[in-house]
Every structure is written in structure tokens, then in C-alpha cells.
Design a protein around this ligand. Structure first.
Ligand SMILES: C[S@@+](CC[C@H](N)C(=O)[O-])C[C@H]1O[C@@H](n2cnc3c(N)ncnc32)[C@H](O)[C@@H]1O
Length: 268
């Protein structure tokens, strides 16, 4: 069974860029609270195509730096492309697993992890424990994750109604926790961090024609593991095309959780 299930296409990279823009607009308070500011040293672990890493690099400016950590070859190749296109000199990439990044202990002001824990069932605490070792005293671990079971949609195509549900069940069958967002505060506290912020919001997303949700990037993995049939995929592909042509855009409501844990300024 493959470790990770989302294929990286241009459509996927566009989706990640959109998510990064949403994060910048919607997380200003949390980004400031965590210490994302000029000069900060940041790690973005499980960075995927690095769409957020480059935005963080812009925020920390030339005196700060960002290291994107990613395990998968395909995502890392996409990340290299996104970083090169950004023209930024203060982002570097490193290939490593999230639970053993090889980054220096206590070397970061902020360690961010977005949408990674939902793919790492059973290893969530080991990963967050490792992230906690990477921040300096007073530094912060910044986690973002979802509750896949809480996604809602209006004006969607009826043929897509079962898609999100099938995706949540697919993750659960792999031992992943589709509701891991609800546990971010507990994971940070168990890693010995002071939970300074833990919030949840419903993100409202009106998809532009051509954009696809994460489940669509997982279709090959779902098919390979027998979680869906080719008939399902054909039916959903046709529904996405109808949706792209429809005058009324569907709106997706996706619950998103952000947890920030701070390492004590002076370890006792
Ligand atoms: C859903 S993507 C999120 C990408 C990015 N954080 C963002 O929000 O734009 C998850 C990424 O984490 C990577 N990933 C998942 N588990 C990992 C692990 N244990 N170690 C390193 N990378 C991991 C995947 O390869 C994938 O690129």
C-alpha cells in the first residue's frame, strides 16, 4: 500500500496555491501569534508543492528563511519548480520524513505542518513530538488539519454527493483519522507544549471551473485499493464536467482547525 495517496498534477498545484492564499487571508492573527515575522526561521514540514513555504518565505523576508521538508519524490519535484518560479532565495527544500526531519533541534522559531497528520494514522503523536524538538524555547509548532467527516456542499452535482464520504471512509480504512483536526490541541499538549491557540472555522470555498477537491487526486490510489470502481470514477468525472459548465457554482464548507503550541521560554 502506498504511503501517500494524492497525485501531484498542475490542477493540484493550483489548488495548493489557492489554499495558501486562503491561509494568508484567514490566518493573519495566528501567523502573527506564532511568530511568523521578518527574520523568523521557519520549517514547513510535509510541504507538498511548497505553495505555503514560498508564502512564508515572503512573510519572513530576506533576513528569515524557510525550509520545506517533504518525503515524496513527486511532491518534492513540484516544490522545486514552485520555489524556482518564486525567485526567492530564502527557501530551501529537504527530503525527509516528518517524524525524523534531520533539522537541528531547537533551531526554528516556528514549525508549521498543514494537512499532513490526516495522512499519518497512528504516527500523529510521534510526528508532533518530533516537531516540538525542532523549535527553540519560546518558539511555536503550528498545526493545521481538517475534519473530513464535516465537509458539506450546496449547489453541487448530486452524483458527487457520495464522493467526500467515500474519501473519508477510504482514509479510515487505511488507519488514518479523518477527524484529526479535532485532536490538534491534545497532540500539542501531549508533546509538552503550551497550547496558546486552538481554533476551528468552516472554510467556504467556491471552486473555479477546472479545480478539483483532494479526493480527485486520490482517485488512482482509491481505485488500486478497491475503494472505488472505474464506474464510480467515470460517473464522478462526468459530474465534474457538468459542474464546470453549470452557471451556479457549488460552494464547499470545509471545517479547518488550527492549533498553536509554544515551547516554554525556559525549560525547567
Ligand atoms: C495534503 S499535502 C499538504 C501540503 C502542504 N503542507 C500544504 O498544505 O500545501 C501533504 C503532503 O505531506 C507529505 N507527507 C505526508 N506524510 C508525510 C510524512 N510522514 N513525512 C513527510 N512528508 C509527508 C505528502 O507527501 C504531501 O506532499
Amino acid at each position: 500500500m502506498a504511503d501517500y495517496t494524492l497525485a501531484v498534477s498542475d490542477v493540484e498545484i493550483a489548488r495548493y496555491r489557492l489554499m495558501a492564499q486562503h491561509a494568508l487571508a484567514g490566518e493573519q492573527r495566528q501567523l502573527a501569534l506564532a511568530g511568523i515575522a521578518a527574520g523568523a526561521v521557519v520549517a514547513d514540514v510535509g510541504c507538498g508543492p511548497a505553495a505555503m513555504s514560498v508564502e512564508l518565505a515572503r512573510l519572513v523576508g530576506p533576513d528569515g528563511r524557510v525550509t520545506g521538508v517533504e518525503r515524496a519524490d513527486e511532491a518534492l519535484a513540484a516544490a522545486r519548480q514552485v520555489v524556482a518560479e518564486s525567485g526567492l532565495a530564502n527557501v530551501e527544500l529537504r527530503q525527509a520524513p516528518a517524524e525524523a526531519t534531520g533539522l537541528p533541534q531547537g533551531g526554528a522559531d516556528v514549525v508549521m505542518m498543514r494537512h499532513v497528520l490526516a495522512h499519518n494514522g497512528g504516527a500523529e503523536q510521534d510526528i508532533v513530538d518530533h516537531l516540538a524538538t525542532l523549535v527553540r524555547p519560546g518558539g511555536a509548532v503550528y498545526l493545521v488539519d481538517v475534519d473530513l467527516t464535516g465537509i458539506r456542499m450546496i449547489d453541487g452535482d448530486p452524483d458527487l454527493a457520495d464522493l467526500t464520504d467515500r474519501y473519508a471512509r477510504f482514509h479510515a480504512a487505511r488507519g488514518n483519522d479523518p477527524m484529526v483536526g479535532l485532536r490538534l490541541g491534545k497532540l500539542l499538549a501531549a508533546a509538552g507544549l503550551d497550547v496558546v491557540d486552538f481554533t476551528g472555522t468552516y472554510n467556504l470555498l467556491t471552486a473555479a471551473p477546472g479545480l478539483r477537491p483532494p479526493v480527485w487526486a486520490a482517485r488512482a490510489a482509491m481505485l488500486a485499493e478497491g475503494a472505488v470502481t472505474q464506474d464510480d470514477l467515470d460517473r464522478w468525472a462526468a459530474a465534474f464536467e457538468r459542474m464546470d459548465a453549470a452557471e451556479v457554482r457549488p460552494t464547499m464548507f470545509a471545517p479547518l482547525f488550527i492549533g498553536i503550541g509554544r515551547r516554554a521560554a525556559q525549560e525547567s
